[in-house]
Design a protein around this ligand. Structure first.
Ligand code: FMN
Length: 494
């Protein structure tokens, strides 16, 4: 079933073994998303055996199935694995039993999603279970961290299945990395090694694969679903609330466009329940969140065909090990390019005269210094927002926070485009700012920091020749000047 030589190739990757890989005890920084229905024992075992980490998708599943699947994984592999649960999408009594079942079975890791449930997290932690929480916003990341989770998965809006936030993965990852201390993995639309290398360069400690591993031989998705994923392009996916039965209201999912999303089957919120399929005697309702599984029959076209925006690069249904090996092989190549030693002759920069190379190095160091400063700004604004109730101050802090995240992402791209490695540090400014207890005084200090950044950007602009970078830095300077004025005006009114 498994192609061990492919998996072995992948293990020679120079991608670093991250603290998150140590925590989960996997060789490769690839995590199988806990896809409900789809990520069953066969897929989890295949991913683990190939060196990744797998979550069983057990949302709303009965205890007997969880018990059976956990045992089946253990029969196939000695590797660590996890169980995914969704507290907000599960009736309270069943959730209570599911948590107890994970504790009793000594499941090593539990992955959670949607609303942060403090009680469930505390119970799992008390049983020594490692808890990983998927989040879709900075606020949720901070909530999950304060609830005591061991690691986070940041989910970008590109993701298939239920989508919690609305920010693109890169921007959300930058914002979350700036404010949390626990390891962070990235999810949403990831299907290539290039994405894995770039996200890890940005600071993600692993990539989470959903759709890319749904379209494999071991996944429990029905062939109909796998084939549709293979045929689809990113723009065939849509975010919709049409598939809602079984879930909290107003939960968006990313699916492939079909008769439901195109409105051909009527209003999903006013019709009486109508079965369009069945699974071992259980009716599958139109507009429910069930996706076509191997164990189902019925009108698959009208079901929720979950898929992320990474479908463009998915054009076959290989084994999980083959898909992971090809992603890792390409991640390795891109990682080498992004982190090449200075002496490597393949570097285009190396063909350039020495002075030009030095100038590029100096520029990248300055951009990284700005990145660290902006990251500190993101962190200060988030933590200050938690202490501020005055609407005008909040509005100002939120606007500054938004800008600083935007400049972090711009700087990340700029360093990356020059072939450099992005700094993962946060400027010392953060500690200094947070040591100031009075919010108005901290805001004044933040403004001095913004003033320092504006001065450095203005100096840099005199030396930057690349027109695109020049334009972006000019926008960054203008936005800092704007914010400086706004904060000064705000403080004068106080
Ligand atoms: C078919 C499918 C089912 C999913 N079910 C769950 C689930 O039960 N629990 C969960 O935490 N996430 C679930 N997700 C979301 C994933 O955790 C993850 O965010 C997503 O798959 C990442 O995007 P990608 O599919 O583009 O790789 C599901 C995703 C898909 C595609």
């Amino acid at each position: 079933m498994m192609n061990h030589s492919d998996a072995h190739d992948a293990s020679s990757t120079p991608l670093p073994r991250t603290p998150l890989c140590d925590m989960l005890d996997c060789r490769l920084p690839l995590i199988l998303a806990g896809m409900g229905g789809v990520a069953r024992s066969e897929l989890v075992a295949a991913v683990s055996e190939a060196g990744g980490f797998g979550f069983l998708g057990m949302v709303r599943e009965p205890l007997a199935l969880i018990d059976r699947e956990v045992r089946a994984v253990r029969d196939h592999t000695a590797a660590r694995f996890g169980v995914n649960l969704i507290p907000a999408g599960t009736p309270a009594e069943l959730l209570d039993q599911q948590v107890q079942c994970c504790v009793d079975l000594q499941v090593p890791v539990v992955g959670l999603f949607w609303d942060v449930n403090y009680a469930v997290i505390a119970r799992l932690k008390a049983a020594n279970i490692t808890v990983v929480h998927q989040v879709g916003s900075v606020a949720q990341a901070l909530q999950a961290q304060s609830a005591g989770v061991d690691a986070l998965i940041v989910q970008g809006v590109e993701a298939g299945g239920h989508v919690s936030g609305r920010q693109p993965l890169e921007a959300l990852l930058a914002a979350v990395l700036a404010v949390v201390d626990v390891p962070v993995a990235a999810a949403g639309g990831i299907s290539t090694g290039e994405q894995v290398a770039q996200l890890m360069t940005q600071g993600a400690q692993a990539a989470v694969l959903g759709t890319a591993l749904l379209a494999t031989q071991e996944s429990f998705a029905h062939d109909f679903h796998k084939q549709r994923v293979v045929q689809a392009r990113a723009d065939d996916t849509v975010l919709t609330e049409d598939f809602h039965i079984n879930w909290p209201a107003h939960a968006a999912v990313r699916v492939l466009r079909n008769s439901v999303t195109q409105g051909q089957l009527g209003d999903p919120f006013t019709q009486a329940r109508r079965a369009i399929g069945e699974e071992e005697g259980r009716p599958i309702y139109l507009f429910s969140t069930d996706s076509p599984l191997r164990s189902m029959s019925g009108d698959f076209e009208s079901m929720a065909l979950y898929a992320g925006r990474g479908v463009d690069a998915i054009d076959s249904i290989p084994t999980a090990a083959q898909r992971m090996a090809s992603i890792m092989q390409s991640a390795q190549t891109h990682w080498r390019t992004l982190h090449r030693p200075e002496v490597e002759v393949s570097s285009p920069v190396c063909y350039a005269p020495a002075f030009e190379r030095e100038r590029n190095e100096a520029l990248m160091a300055q951009l990284n210094e700005l990145l660290e400063a902006e990251r500190a700004g993101v962190r200060v604004t988030v933590q200050t927002l938690a202490q501020v109730s005055d609407p005008a101050t909040r509005q100002l802090m939120e606007a500054i926070h938004h800008d600083e995240v935007q400049w972090c992402v711009m700087l990340l791209h700029a360093v990356r485009d020059m072939g450099g490695t992005t700094s993962q540090r946060t400027g010392a400014f953060f500690q200094k700012a947070m040591a100031i207890e009075n919010v108005a005084e901290r805001l004044a200090f933040l403004n001095r920091g913004q003033g320092w950044v504006a001065k450095r950007v203005a100096e840099l602009l005199e030396r930057v020749e690349d027109p695109a970078l020049h334009k972006n830095l000019t926008r960054m300077l203008d936005s800092h000047k704007d914010n400086l004025t706004k904060v000064n005006e705000h403080l004068a009114l106080k």
